[in-house]
Design a protein around this ligand. Structure first.
Ligand code: SF4
Length: 69
């Protein structure tokens, strides 16, 4: 049974490559060659870490999507 674990979506236009998300949820977020965050799907971190990354992104570039149904 799913417990509503969210997926992360990154707005590449807003991402400035600060890398905060890669420290908050290192098994989900990485920086690509353009220094834009990429989110693994499914995420590799618990929901709380994803929420922390979303909250701490200085450019509000992370959105969490609840995929449970
Ligand atoms: S914290 Fe935000 S701005 Fe920084 S790399 Fe992650 S998504 Fe991009």
């Amino acid at each position: 049974m799913s417990e509503g674990r969210p997926r992360a979506v990154v707005d590449r236009g807003a991402c400035r490559g600060a890398g905060v998300c890669t420290r908050r949820a290192p098994h989900t977020f990485s920086l690509d060659a353009e220094r834009k965050a990429v989110a693994a799907c499914p995420p590799g971190d618990p929901a709380e870490a994803l929420r922390e990354a979303e909250r701490c992104c200085p450019n509000f570039a992370i959105r969490l999507v609840d995929v449970s149904r």
